[in-house]
Design a protein around this ligand. Structure first.
Ligand SMILES: Nc1ncnc2c1ncn2[C@@H]1O[C@H](COP(=O)(O)OP(=O)(O)O)[C@@H](O)[C@H]1O
Ligand SMILES: [Mg+2]
Length: 345
């Protein structure tokens, strides 16, 4: 581990976790339809100063996991079970009012599309100062000064002038910075970033990721990074959870997991990432689509798309098994270990 790759690996591990999710299950029961197990027994934890990635294709249950953590799922037609502890306090079963208080002070989320999360008819200054004033007892002028400081912190030039802008007057990258500034206004211990850079072009993407990375190292925030992009994960996550159809199929420290991926889905995701070092000539898409899944109850949900499927894959669902390098893999026929030394791009 070098000091230059920006993600401290050892130091956060000695602290108690800020968030502990255990056996989280979220089931949607829509009238007349079969119950949908969107999240199906997910467990992971996040410490302060650590970034934990949740990676997977669309529909794998990543957003539902984060919405469950923040108490943002609809109240009707949804069953949630398991445990979500923030600083030791159980969140499942809390009232909407209690969750509002937690979202205002201890946990925040940044979404993919800042335009739909920002109010189009209020200036960004107003939106930030309102969040500050809900969070701290300060007068309007003090809140304005603090709002300008936050805009400066997220790298927005001429912050005082920008306070008067409306969301549509800003570029996509600037809007995402404003969203991060609003999230930071509450000084959250836990920040969930759900595909925060997907809508941005590559250069701006890198800047926003740098900003989040700095936040984790400087403020000791616990960050959950939700993405489909293994390049993003490689650059900033200490620990990685690969999700498929509502379950974690492989999990581990990023060097171990990317150095020797054992699940065929993880391997497929890695093979579909462009590499700049020329070691790969052609991208390998994973055959099939996430909709080609069977229910976990009938075996491995990835089996219809898996290149190494055997008869054993159908029947009872595979459990997460710890590997010799301390990653955990949900597969009865995992790929053999590889000993390549994996380096982030
Ligand atoms: N409010 C909802 N009502 C019913 N089904 C939902 C709802 N939100 C998400 N789902 C379903 O839950 C599954 C997981 O979705 P989601 O967590 O959004 O996936 P992603 O990993 O892309 O973020 C999908 O099958 C999705 O259709
Ligand atoms: Mg999502």
């Amino acid at each position: 581990m070098t000091a230059t790759d920006g993600a401290p690996l050892l130091s956060p591990l000695i602290k108690p976790p800020i968030l502990v999710v255990e056996d989280l299950r979220v089931t949607f029961q829509i009238h007349g339809a079969k119950a949908l197990h969107a999240v199906d027994g997910v467990s992971f934890e996040v410490r302060g100063g650590e970034t934990v990635g949740i990676v997977g294709e669309s529909g794998s249950g990543r957003s539902v996991t984060s919405l469950a953590i923040l108490g943002l799922l609809p109240a009707r037609g949804v069953t949630i079970s398991g445990s979500i502890k923030l600083d030791g306090e159980e969140l499942i079963g809390k009232s909407e009012r209690e969750m509002q208080d937690i979202r205002g002070r201890r946990a925040a989320m940044v979404f993919q599309d800042p335009m739909s999360s920002l109010n189009p008819v209020l200036t960004v200054g107003r939106q930030i100062t309102e969040t500050i004033r809900r969070h701290q007892k300060v007068d309007r002028n003090r809140a304005k000064v603090r709002a300008a400081e936050l805009l400066e912190r997220v790298g927005i030039p001429e912050p005082v002038r920008r306070l008067k802008s409306y969301p549509h007057q800003l570029s996509g990258g600037m809007r995402q910075r404003v969203m991060i500034a609003i999230a930071l206004a509450t000084e959250p211990a836990l920040l969930i970033a759900d595909e925060p850079t997907t809508a941005l072009d590559v250069t701006i993407q890198a800047q926003v990721l740098d900003l989040l990375r700095g936040l984790v190292t400087e403020s000791g925030t616990a960050l959950i990074m939700i993405t489909h992009d293994l390049g993003v994960v490689a650059g900033m996550c200490n620990h990685v959870n690969v999700m498929y159809s509502g379950r974690i199929v492989e999990t581990g420290q990023r060097y171990a997991l990317f150095g020797s991926p054992r699940h065929h889905y993880t391997r497929g995701l890695l093979a579909s990432v462009p590499r700049l070092d020329g070691s790969q000539t052609r991208l390998q898409p994973i055959p099939g689509s996430p909709s080609d899944v069977i229910a976990w109850a009938d075996g491995c949900a990835f089996s219809p798309r898996c290149p190494a499927v055997t008869d054993e894959c159908l029947g009872s669902p595979p459990e997460l098994v710890t590997s010799e390098i301390n990653t955990r893999v949900r597969c009865v026929n995992p790929a053999p270990p590889t000993d390549t030394t994996w380096e982030p791009r």
